[in-house]
Design a protein. Structure first.
Length: 89
C-alpha cells in the first residue's frame, strides 16, 4: 500500500509539471498578448503604425496588385448583388 501511495504522488507531480510546461506556457503567452492589447500605450502604438501604413499607401501609385484588385472587385460585386436582392424582399 505504501508503494501505491508513492507511485500515485510521483504520477500526480509529474502530471502537474507536464501540464505547466505545455498547456500552462501556452496560456501564459495568450494572457500576455491580451494584456498588451489592453494597455492604452500599446493601442496608441498600433494605431500610429496603421496610420503610417495608410499614409505610405496613399503616396504609392498602385496600392493593390492585379490579383488583389480582381479579388476585391469580385467580392464587392457579390456584396452589391446580395444587397440589391435583399432590398426587394
Amino acid at each position: 500500500m505504501k508503494i501505491f501511495i508513492y507511485k500515485t504522488i510521483i504520477i500526480l507531480i509529474s502530471a502537474i509539471v507536464v501540464f505547466k510546461i505545455t498547456i500552462g506556457q501556452t496560456i501564459k503567452n495568450y494572457e500576455s498578448k491580451i494584456n498588451s492589447i489592453k494597455s492604452k500605450d500599446n493601442r496608441k502604438v498600433i494605431l500610429e503604425k496603421i496610420k503610417d501604413e495608410i499614409k505610405s499607401a496613399n503616396n504609392k501609385d498602385k496600392i493593390f496588385t492585379e490579383e488583389e484588385r480582381v479579388l476585391i472587385s469580385t467580392f464587392l460585386d457579390k456584396i452589391k448583388i446580395e444587397l440589391s436582392s435583399g432590398s426587394s424582399k
